[in-house]
Design a protein around this ligand. Sequence first.
Ligand code: HEM
Length: 345
Amino acid sequence: MNPKSHKLHQLRHRRDAFASLDPKVWWEDGIIKATVVAEPQVVVDVLRRPDSSLPDWNYFVGGAERVLGRRLEHLREASEFMPVLMHNEAHAKARKSLAIYLANRLQALEPGLPSIAGDAAARMLAGSTVDLFAEVVRPVVLKVGSVLIDADMPPDFLDRELSGVFPGSKSPSEFARINDDFGHVFAFLKPRCGSSEELANKLCCLTFGIDSLTMLLIESIITAIDEAGEARAIKLPDYPVETGVPVTSRYVKSDFEIDGGKFPAGTSVRLQMQSLGYSNENVHQQAIFGAGAHVCVGKQITLRLWTQFAKAINELELKGRIVSYELRKSMYVCLYKSVKVELWR
Ligand code: HEM
């Protein structure tokens, strides 16, 4: 029997777990009530379909507000800046503005990337036990995040799980927590932004960039360590295998079928995006950054960082093993409290 999907994305040795799923598209009726998709081509097809949309964000936030008996004002304000919640021209305009902003930030980031990656790799000393999350990945994301928002990013932004604003079902208390977090972020960003467009772009960098970059980097090193075994040196691939968005959701607007599998109108679909990276097909691997209308705007900047990060770590030619790790419990993301790894040559 398949593991429950709210646990699947956080399983260790996940590649094997995904390979042995049978079936790879199934209806789940537990904590998650949705068609769960872990078949790469079906994930891509669903992402590309015009009759599947992001879940209705107002429905979930409105429900949380009714239970809490108060308006989640910072979340409401943040939602006005999120491309994922926009349609048609407004969506295209927000994407274009962010793409231009990110191209400019990439120019600012590029000269410093080798040293950002080199500093992170320098913490991976042979003969030591290192916390990959706290000592290697977090400093990289903090530095990159600071360039993205053109200001020294407060380290606590790394712990706020701002990606939780992404549409989807959460408990009212989780929505309240994300609301407070956005209050802090607005208090930091607003005095530093000269226009609402600048605020929107910086907010998008924090919301879509921070958790996803953290997950892509940490999951990729964990996977590389597991795949090397203890006998071979850790080798990060040229293109990342692990996505930074382990799960996304869609709402079925009208009935459709893919490969005989039925997606009835009015139901939800849970897309296990990690399956894409484990496929041998290039088109699936590319889709770790999404596909269709909401494909990632941060892909280019992420891949530039990846190239430097992989190079710096591969040059160390270290062997390693995961000693212990502590995950933060989540139905959607893989974020850690710590990942301890023993390293040697
Ligand atoms: C600089 C960092 C990043 C920024 C600024 C960024 C920005 C964005 C934005 C704005 C969207 C939504 C686009 C829309 O709705 O039209 C998006 C979607 C997405 N991003 Fe990124 N992103 C970043 C890093 C990453 C990373 C590291 C990954 C990991 C592979 C990733 C994977 C995705 C995926 C899978 C989607 C589509 C989600 C869906 O369709 O449900 N992003 N990104």
